[in-house]
Ligand binder design. Structure first.
Ligand code: HEM
Length: 143
């Protein structure tokens, strides 16, 4: 099954996208996990859903153990030519896992933006008032 570092195009790998023939791409490497489907602790569905895309983020988001990463080597069949990876394939399927990670990042930057939205107009207003008072008090009163 495994040949010496064969390089596949994304389209070639993507054809193996079902429970009878299931290849996944993780970190630029291609794994034929068909024999592992029934034994995968995360279920066969998780693996089939991870086909026809770059499954690196999905795989890493689960926090697979070192022994799982060691196990992967048994299913390695070659590499994928990264130039053939469609830019957005990984976004088009199973967004649920990725969004959890993404949302915590967005949350903190969203928080900063909210504070800025609130504080910035206040600062500008304060500055405008300060200018007005300063302008009035520094000008001699003509009348
Ligand atoms: C060759 C590739 C893979 C191997 C060898 C593998 C192996 C394993 C193993 C051994 C576990 C048990 C927990 C651990 O030891 O980390 C596990 C759990 C799991 N895996 Fe994978 N896995 C692979 C790919 C994937 C992919 C692509 C997904 C897609 C999201 C996935 C989803 C999961 C899920 C959801 C669990 C269950 C986690 C839990 O219940 O806590 N796995 N996998």
């Amino acid at each position: 099954m495994a040949s010496d570092s064969k390089t596949f195009t994304f389209d070639e790998v993507a054809k193996h996208n079902n429970a009878k023939d299931c290849w996944i791409i993780i970190n630029g490497k291609v794994y034929d996990v068909t024999p592992f489907l029934d034994d995968h602790p995360g279920g066969d569905e998780a693996l089939v859903t991870a086909t026809a895309k770059d499954a690196t983020i999905d795989f890493e988001d689960i926090g697979h153990s070192d022994s799982a990463i060691e196990d992967m080597k048994k299913y390695y069949v070659g590499d994928v030519d990264i130039n053939t990876l469609p830019a957005n394939v990984e976004k088009s399927k199973t967004p649920l896992i990725r969004e959890v990670g993404a949302s915590s990042n967005n949350e903190s930057s969203g928080f900063v933006v909210k504070i800025l939205q609130f504080v910035l107009p206040l600062l500008i207003l304060g500055f405008a008032f300060a200018l007005q008072y300063y302008g009035k008090s520094s000008k001699p009163n003509d009348s």
